[in-house]
Design a protein around this ligand. Structure first.
Ligand code: ATP
Length: 312
């Protein structure tokens, strides 16, 4: 079966004066999947999304979005995409229903489409309340619903859950997953790496204006290796355990005095949990827990980008 790509870009470049924001960005997002665009601040994610959504013209390179050429047919691209960000495009002085019906009318869609989305996003009960009385999570869902009225092929979601409580975050995540299952392609930028881990089929790690690493969350984790961690018993120093981990993993361990843990990432596939425990034991160190597990996406991010900071 051949893969159809909803977003396919090649060699996108963008310069702002002296700053080369994009230096040949290649992206290939299969239809009906969620792609997480991650990277350190200033990596070029916003520039990429602005270009892919026709808000900004590239200096070089090409892209096809839902089959339409970005440069030659931007209007065609716009018809097939929706962009929703952290800032709700909702009118607070209208009710939820009025907001969606207004957009539906502008798009020449039947009123029933608005009602359908209110139902789908769990807003039917609050449909007749003014949007300014909505919680942050409800506003975000209303904004998302507005973006989906015209059934876009590709949805660009910028930081969809920033500032939301865990329950609202989950509601948005469920909605996004559901969309992809029904065939919408989602390009997601988020600073919550654990969110990208749960939602994204593929992750593109953007660095210095290029796609530095691409793969499923599991593939990116495998690239980095595993994380070995021990939790020490008693109140002794962490140094001796750190020395053992340093030797076994070949990388500098991190120490957490409060949690009494020492951990390190290792790319050595021969390191097993029994060996870790044996070596710690042989050094006369008492532990209450030991683990060898895949790294979190946060750890992958720090390792692969070699920088600290948010991954927005
Ligand atoms: P963040 O995570 O901080 O939002 P980002 O990955 O979205 O970062 P961009 O906003 O695309 O990165 O910025 C890429 C580079 O281009 C940065 O060095 C930024 O300072 C620069 N840049 C972005 N917009 C402009 C602009 N309008 N004028 C000049 N430089 C810009």
């Amino acid at each position: 079966m051949t893969t159809t790509y909803a977003v396919l870009s090649e060699g996108l470049e963008k310069r702002y004066g002296e700053v080369r924001a994009l230096r040949g960005l290649d992206l290939a997002v299969p239809e009906g999947t969620v792609c997480g665009l991650l990277g350190p601040n200033g990596a070029g994610k916003t520039t990429a999304v602005r270009i892919l959504t026709t808000l900004l013209a590239p200096d070089a390179g090409s892209a096809r979005i839902a089959g339409h050429d970005l440069v030659r047919d931007p209007a065609g691209v716009r018809r097939r995409i929706a962009v929703t960000g952290q800032y709700a495009s909702v009118d607070g002085d209208l009710t939820g229903a009025e907001n969606l019906r207004l957009f539906a009318r502008l798009l020449r869609l039947p009123r029933s489409r608005a009602d359908e989305l209110l139902e789908e996003f769990g807003l039917a009960g609050a449909a007749d309340r003014l949007a300014r009385t909505y919680s942050g999570g409800m506003l975000r869902r209303l904004d998302l619903a507005a973006g989906l009225l015209a059934r876009p092929s590709v949805l660009f979601l910028d930081e969809p859950t920033t500032g939301l409580d865990p329950r609202s975050r989950n509601a948005i995540r469920d909605a996004v997953r559901g969309l992809a299952e029904r065939g919408t392609t989602v390009v997601l930028t988020t600073q919550y790496l654990e969110e990208a881990d749960r939602l994204a089929d593929d992750i593109v790690l953007v660095e210095d204006g290029r796609a530095a690493h691409c793969g499923t969350p599991a593939e990116l984790k495998a690239l980095v290796g595993s994380r070995a961690e021990v939790v020490l018993a008693g109140a002794g120093p962490l140094g001796p355990a750190a020395a053992v981990l340093d030797r076994l993993t070949g990388s500098a361990p991190d120490l957490d005095a409060e949690r009494r843990t020492v951990g390190a990432i290792t790319a050595d596939p021969t390191l097993t949990l029994p060996r870790l425990v044996r070596e710690i034991d042989a050094a006369g160190i008492h532990i209450v827990d030991a683990s060898l597990r895949p790294p979190t996406l946060d750890e992958v991010f720090l390792r692969l980008t070699g920088r600290k900071g948010t991954a927005a």
